[in-house]
Design a protein around this ligand. Structure first.
Ligand SMILES: Nc1nc2c(ncn2[C@@H]2O[C@H](COP(=O)(O)OP(=O)(O)O)[C@@H](O)[C@H]2O)c(=O)[nH]1
Ligand SMILES: [Mg+2]
Length: 472
């Protein structure tokens, strides 16, 4: 489901059951979070359906009436009376007997004009069983993903290192295992299994996998992770002392504004065309405008308020690049009533992944949402007293973005040194690197080579001098 920039985004409908004991505020928070997660996956959210119930409908999560309402929405029918979409039980049974992929395709394509359809996928705000997903898929007429699957897909995309990928794969297998079993039961011995929403990897191999095989695979992955952990520790020790890239990592809860800040700081559009960084993916970009040193900014998955417990380990592994950062920007939604607790959780997790010593700036964002101008000013004073050196800002204000940009530049420039560098004629192939890695303040040439007066990182300078065979 990887989305290209120029591809039309898939349209999603969010559906949630509000169980007794869940307040409106809690439900709303959970639903907005799912909508943000959907956007992270590149979906455009076109509708939300909420239903109060004592329990989930055992057949299809939502009650029959809500299912039909959703189908009419998806198929873009306004008149419920002439609704050919209402599905009889016989229909359900008949279609359920067909193979998974074929059935999902039929549900998605044959029954509504693709030109007028309003949605491509339903996102359910809880974890549901395969049979509930299957029935909902048939009745509403498009693919269904539950909350856990949405989160797993996001982790899958954000897991960078081999260890993180292995960790996410374990979580995915854990999610798939009971589903494959139930699928096998539903489909009968020869039946095909549901593959439409299984996700990469797990989908292809499923028919051959039984529980034992899944257990073996999980054990194997765990062994790999342990081995890689040890390797990473030595690598990290080795990396220290070598020239390091200036690297900013954005962390914080979903919806705090990380991606918004990322876009504003890096001017994404501009940089797609920039050759130097053309290979960077969407979550790693260069701080713009460029300067010395080059600063790379990465976005992370973000903490999720309703994170299923089984996914905690894989969430942490998607965050591990935070431990390698030169600077963490901890983005906090200052208008969220639960922000203090969120700060505590974030700090705790950062400690667990070994990022406690990485310098960090706390960025209290969305201050424009906390009340009128006076309330905002009072909040800024209180936060600055409680968290020295924090930033209180709004991504919607240009002057605030400029302050943040300056704080980041300032952080990296305070360690820069000015120096003279001599490049003999025989080493002129390094000219490009001199200009790429340093700010050149002055340049003059004589019979032996070129003298530069430069400003840059001391480590980068030592590394270049070492290559030139020059001692300090
Ligand atoms: N009012 C206001 N909205 C903001 C601000 N920063 C981000 N947003 C909005 O908050 C929502 C979540 O932002 P996003 O960057 O996707 O958050 P992320 O989940 O941390 O990446 C989006 O609708 C943004 O437009 C801000 O400073 N003020
Ligand atoms: Mg984001």
């Amino acid at each position: 489901m990887q989305m290209e920039v120029n591809e039309k985004p898939a349209r999603a409908v969010v559906a949630a059951v509000q169980l007794p004991g869940v307040s409106d505020v809690e439900l709303q928070a959970s639903v907005s979070e799912l909508r943000e997660l959907a956007k992270t996956l590149g979906f455009e959210v076109v509708g939300t359906f909420v239903q109060k119930r004592d329990h989930f409908d055992t057949t299809a999560y939502l009650g029959i009436g809500k299912r039909q309402e959703m189908r009419r929405f998806v198929e873009n029918q306004s008149d419920p009376e002439s609704d050919p979409a209402s599905v009889s039980d016989a229909d359900v049974v008949r279609r359920a007997a067909k193979g998974g992929a074929a059935r999902a395709k039929e549900a998605a394509q044959s029954e509504a004009d693709p030109e007028t359809r309003r949605a491509d996928v339903v996102l359910v705000d809880h974890e549901i069983s395969p049979s509930q997903a299957r029935n909902l898929e048939i009745e509403v007429g498009c693919e269904v993903m539950d909350r856990t699957m949405v989160i797993l897909e996001i982790f899958h995309r954000h897991a960078r290192s081999r260890a993180a990928r292995a960790q996410v794969e374990i979580a995915r297998l854990g999610y798939m295992a009971p589903r494959l079993r139930e699928e096998a039961k539903l489909a009968g011995p020869k039946g095909r299994q549901r593959s439409g929403t299984g996700g990469r990897g797990a989908g292809e191999a499923h028919s051959a996998l039984d529980r034992q095989k899944i257990r073996d695979r999980i054990a194997e992955l765990q062994k790999e992770i342990d081995a890689m952990d040890a390797e990473r520790k030595t690598q990290r020790a080795r990396r220290q002392g070598r020239q390091s890239l200036a690297r900013v990592v954005l962390v914080g809860y979903t919806n705090a504004g990380k991606s918004t800040l990322m876009r504003a700081l890096t001017g994404s559009e501009v940089l797609v065309a920039n050759k130097l960084f053309a290979t960077l993916d969407t979550t790693v970009r260069a701080l713009y405008p460029e300067g010395v040193p080059h600063v790379l900014v990465s976005d992370t998955v973000g903490f999720i308020k309703n994170l299923p417990h089984d996914l905690v380990a894989s969430f942490k592994s998607t965050l591990e690049e935070a431990a390698e950062a030169s600077l963490l920007l901890h983005v906090i939604d200052a208008s969220d009533p639960g922000y203090e607790r969120q700060i505590a959780v974030t700090d705790e997790v950062l400690k667990e992944i070994g990022a406690q010593d990485v310098p960090r700036i706390r960025v209290f964002n969305k201050v424009d949402c906390v009340g009128d101008v006076d309330v905002q000013a009072a909040r800024a004073v209180a936060l600055s007293a409680q968290y020295p050196d924090c930033m209180v800002m709004s991504a919607r204000r240009e002057e605030d973005m400029a302050r943040l940009q300056a704080a980041i530049r300032g952080f990296f420039q305070k360690d820069l040194v000015e120096a003279e560098l001599f490049l003999p004629w025989a080493a002129q192939q390094l000219r490009g690197e001199v200009f790429g890695q340093f700010e050149v303040l002055e340049e003059r040439a004589d019979g032996d080579g070129t003298f530069f007066r430069i400003r840059g990182e001391p480590d980068t300078l030592s590394a270049l001098r070492a290559r030139l065979g020059q001692t300090q």
